[in-house]
Design a protein around this ligand. Structure first.
Ligand code: S3P
Ligand code: PEP
Length: 431
């Protein structure tokens, strides 16, 4: 297997211009496709996940162009009526493509098959399918009940109310909120049980508003979508930087910024609509110095030199939470991350993978159903071979081990899911 050997990095400093947000890129592409008219999407993320969404739109007959070799794309919306009524879509391991497209296509009146990589076929989708069936959609499982691949047939959409479980993935609710305006009817979505990953719903609502769809949020348990609304192009929309991708550089700054020289990320800041900007608050709790502008965040190490352990509920930032688990190796004391059961159904079982790999560098780890407890070793074990489980975030967060010891990252190319140039950017802040 390919690998990348990272030599120990003693200090980091400098500025990283973040690539576009995955969550905003894929939502924006789909909403632009659902509009009538053109949308200019600026700063789209270049990655596997966004490529899968662009390919899916092509297969559905949605026209789009890339402007030169920029990351600006013009999307020609189809007003919710996809020109191609029968298509097979391969969506890789992109949850932000698979879940919202399932919802939109289930209401679109065509014959569609949706599949992904083997791991995507182990990631649940039953709660979304159940909700869509309540609205009259016809969705069949082609493999295991409750999981992709799926076959979608034209249904007879009826009713004014669906309910969806909130405790496995917020992407099911996101898919419903993005797609149900297609029905043209008044629709109420009720969330059963506790909704996880809430800030991602705020991204969804924010972008829907930009595309002319108003949704009334009633707490976190009910959403009312007035009928008769049309997706309307904002004309131009700018994709802000990816706040989850920011976490690795900010953590690096908090662990090993050169004296007087912070690590700065640009593209996200006080104005960001992504919940993962709140990752910086956890670094602050750990003692790091964080500064924020409208479009940048900086991190420097604690004045005392060493981070301190935290005991935190990270349900609101499940992706960036992984970075805290590795940053815990550099903190004084035992760090506990709670309420992160959704880790088990992401690119890999992240609770199990994280525990296994943290132990390789010498940490003492307790893995619970929905939590992980990390106690760092006195000294990191050098030259650990870190398995990445085809999970971009495992590769990116374990690169931080190099701030304390040499480390080997297996299959570093897996960062392509959201950040193909990650290791080049990391090298640029190494001093
Ligand atoms: O809606 C989104 O853009 C996302 C929601 C989160 O998933 P869950 O809601 O499954 O936690 C997150 O982990 C994922 O990377 C992106
Ligand atoms: C969980 C993730 O991705 P997805 O959008 O495929 O759910 C992730 O990027 O960490």
């Amino acid at each position: 297997m390919e690998h990348l050997d990272l030599s120990p990095i003693s200090h980091v400093a400098g500025t990283v211009a973040l690539p576009g947000s995955k969550s905003i890129s894929n939502r924006t592409l789909l909403l632009a496709a659902l509009c009538r008219g053109e949308t200019l999407v600026k700063g789209l993320l270049a990655s596997d996940d966004t490529q899968r969404m662009l390919e899916a739109l092509t297969a559905l007959g949605v026209k789009w162009e890339q402007l030169g070799d920029s990351r600006d794309f013009r999307i020609h919306g189809c007003g919710g009526d996809f020109p191609v009524k029968q298509a097979d879509l391969f969506l890789g391991n992109a949850g932000t493509a698979f879940r919202p497209l399932t919802a939109a296509l289930a209401l679109a009146g065509g014959e569609y098959r949706l599949s992904g990589v083997p791991r995507m076929h182990e990631r649940p989708i039953g709660d979304l399918v159940d909700a869509l069936r309540q609205a009259g959609a016809l969705v069949d499982y082609l493999g295991q009940e409750g999981y992709p691949p799926l076959a979608i047939h034209p249904g007879r959409i009826a009713g004014d109310r669906v309910s969806v479980k909130g405790n496995v993935s917020s992407q099911f609710l996101t898919g419903l909120l993005m797609a149900l305006p297609l029905t043209g009817r008044d629709m109420t979505v009720t969330v059963e049980g506790e909704l996880i990953s809430k800030p991602y719903i705020e991204i969804t609502l924010n972008l829907l508003t930009r595309f002319g769809i108003a949704i009334e949020r009633r707490g976190w348990s009910e959403f009312f979508i007035p009928g008769g609304q049309a997706y309307t192009s904002p004309g131009e929309i700018f994709v802000e930087g990816d706040a989850s991708s920011a976490s690795y550089f900010l953590a690096a700054g908090a662990i090993a910024a050169a004296p007087g020289q912070p690590v700065i990320v640009t593209g996200v800041g006080k104005q960001s609509i992504q919940g993962d900007v709140r990752f910086a608050e956890v670094l602050e709790q750990m003692g790091a110095t964080i500064e924020r502008g409208d479009n940048w965040i900086s991190a420097t190490r604690p004045t005392s030199g060493r981070l301190r352990a935290v005991d935190v509920d990270l349900n609101h930032i499940p992706d960036a939470a992984m970075t805290i688990a590795v940053a815990a190796l550099f903190a004084e004391g035992t760090t506990t991350l709670r309420n992160i059961e959704s880790w088990r159904v992401k690119e890999t079982d992240r609770l199990s993978a994280m525990a296994t790999e943290l132990r390789k560098v010498g940490a003492t780890v307790e893995e619970g159903r929905d939590y992980i407890v990390v106690t760092p070793p006195a000294a990191l074990t050098p030259n650990a071979e870190i398995g990445t489980y085809d999970d971009h975030r495992m590769a990116m967060c374990f690169s931080l081990v190099s701030l304390g010891a040499p480390v080997r990252i297996l299959d570093p190319g897996c960062t392509a899911k959201t950040f193909p140039t990650y290791f080049d950017e990391l090298a640029r802040i190494t001093v």
